[in-house]
Every structure is written in structure tokens, then in C-alpha cells.
Design a protein around this ligand. Structure first.
Ligand SMILES: C[S@@+](CC[C@H](N)C(=O)[O-])C[C@H]1O[C@@H](n2cnc3c(N)ncnc32)[C@H](O)[C@@H]1O
Length: 273
């Protein structure tokens, strides 16, 4: 009976938020990434850098002199790599967090960085105007399907669309704890979060792109349970969550959650048909 009531209460709260359009938005994500920008490289890149690098090393060369875009470039790890390896092209990094971009500009003053929503930015670009569109760990914050459609329009024929992105089943430890917090404390829900991570490669349309490379993989994060809350708040993986529910309650649930801390993700490299 208690379970039934909790479920009813949760659904009532979710419906209220839905009807009043209380959704997590770009401003919320930008605000949270602004907060962690100064420590992002130390906490996130430390574990992920080598995996991002392995993805970037798979990108094919280009004969085109058109620009290369890095969507959700953050502090510029991929953008820096692209500028080193594609020195005949203009490289442009796009991100919604001004503080992440500030860090990127400090590291790579020669690169152009633009503060904008990635989908919005793509929509403003002319047809066939880019050689390569790349994104590391970021299209899941936008709408991957819409990003793929716009990328297809903006890329020249033969241009490359490439991404590494978390899948919908990523970080089960974090998302299980998050779901339990919502379920056990529906009164604390402030906004709705609509998960955008792709479940697989099906958001890419075969009529638009030829697949050059694809990989589904897991990265185990070797963080000890006692250090986990500190780590999750400093990496950006909790970006936006604070606007959704109470973080003290979330941390309590996290301590009891036995699911693994594993980044489930996909890598895709496609050529525009
Ligand atoms: C996990 S970080 C990845 C940063 C960088 N690509 C890297 O690999 O280190 C995600 C980045 O996406 C940015 N972001 C989130 N939503 C975005 C949006 N709608 N448009 C542009 N950038 C966005 C965040 O500000 C953050 O810098």
C-alpha cells in the first residue's frame, strides 16, 4: 500500500511539473558547468582523457579547407587536439558555459571559441560549410537526433560527423541513486530532467551517413565509495541534477547504491553521403 501511495505521489508531482513546463534547461547546465570549470580538467580529464584521445586518433584526415567544429568543447581538450592535427582548417569550439570557455581560451588563445547552444549554433551555419563536426561527451546534453540532422546539412559532401557520447544506461550507480531519490522524496522534485543520451546508433540515419567506425564500450571509474560524492560533484556528471532534487538526499541514496560506476558509451564516425 505504501509503495502504491509513493508511486501515486511521484506521478502527481511529475504531472504537475510537466503541466507547468518545469524542465531542466540549457541555463541550468551552463550554470553548473560554470561552477566546476576551474577543477574540471583535474577531475574529469584525469580518468577520461586517454579514452577521448583514443577516439580522436580514429578521425580520418581531410583534404578540405573548410572549418572544423567541436560541439560542447568545454575546456578545449578535443579542440586543442583538432587544432594540432588539422592545421589547414579553422577550428571552432562551441559551448554554453562561459567559464568552461574561459579555461579553453587560456589554454588555446589561437583557437576561436563561441558561447552558444550547439544546436542553435549549427542552425545558423550555411549548408555544406564544414569539413568535420566532432563532439566529445556533449551531444547527450542536446538532442542527438536533431544534431545529426543539422550536422548532415552543415557538412560538405564527404564531410565527417564524429562523436563519443554516454548511452542511456550509463553510470547506473548515479542514475539508480537519482531515481531512488525522486521516488522516495517526490516532494523535493523541483524540475524535470529529460534524458537525451542515445541508447545506441539508431539516431543516425543511413540515408544521410555512411558509417566508418563504431564502438560500444565501458569505462570503469576506480573511485572508492567514500570519495564518490566528492568526485561526482566535481566532474560535471551531476550537471543540472541540483536543480531537479535535493543533493543531500541524493548523497544518502548514493551511499546505499551497489550498482557499478561505469561510463557506458558509444563512439561513432560517419561520412556524409
Ligand atoms: C562532459 S563536458 C565535455 C567537454 C569536452 N568536450 C571534453 O571532452 O572534455 C560537456 C560540455 O558540454 C557543454 N554543454 C552542455 N550542453 C550544451 C549545449 N546545449 N550546447 C553547447 N554546449 C553544451 C557543457 O557546458 C560542457 O562543457
Amino acid at each position: 500500500m505504501n509503495k502504491y501511495l509513493s508511486c501515486l505521489r511521484l506521478n502527481f508531482v511529475l504531472l504537475t511539473k510537466l503541466l507547468t513546463c518545469r524542465f531542466l534547461n540549457n541555463k541550468d547546465y551552463a550554470q553548473d558547468y560554470n561552477k566546476i570549470a576551474s577543477e574540471y580538467d583535474k577531475n574529469w580529464l584525469y580518468y577520461i582523457q586517454k579514452h577521448t584521445e583514443k577516439f580522436l586518433q580514429k578521425l580520418p584526415p581531410t583534404n578540405s579547407s573548410l572549418p572544423i567544429l567541436d560541439l560542447g568543447c568545454g575546456t578545449g581538450f578535443s579542440t586543442g587536439y583538432l587544432s594540432q592535427h588539422y592545421n589547414g582548417n579553422q577550428i571552432i569550439g562551441i559551448d554554453i558555459s562561459s567559464e568552461m570557455l574561459k579555461k579553453a581560451k587560456e589554454k588555446f588563445p589561437q583557437i576561436q571559441f563561441v558561447c552558444d547552444d550547439m544546436l542553435n549554433y549549427l542552425k545558423k551555419q550555411p549548408n555544406n560549410s564544414a569539413a568535420l563536426i566532432c563532439s566529445s561527451w556533449a551531444i547527450g546534453y542536446s538532442n542527438p537526433q536533431k544534431i545529426a540532422i543539422e550536422a548532415h546539412r552543415v557538412l560538405e559532401k564527404g564531410g565527417i560527423f564524429a562523436f563519443i557520447v554516454n548511452t542511456l544506461d550509463t553510470l547506473p550507480k548515479i542514475f539508480d541513486a537519482f531515481r531512488k531519490t525522486m521516488y522516495n522524496h517526490p516532494g523535493h522534485i523541483k524540475k524535470l530532467l529529460w534524458p537525451r543520451f542515445p541508447k545506441d546508433f539508431s539516431f543516425i540515419k543511413e540515408k544521410h551517413f555512411e558509417q566508418l567506425y563504431c564502438e560500444k564500450n565501458n569505462i570503469n571509474i576506480p573511485i572508492k565509495d567514500k570519495n564518490i560524492t566528492d568526485w561526482v560533484f566535481k566532474t560535471g556528471i551531476m550537471a543540472g541534477f541540483e536543480q531537479v532534487t535535493d543533493m543531500t538526499l541524493f548523497c544518502q541514496e548514493l551511499q546505499h547504491c551497489s550498482a557499478p560506476l561505469v561510463h557506458r558509451h558509444i563512439i561513432g564516425i560517419y561520412r556524409k553521403k
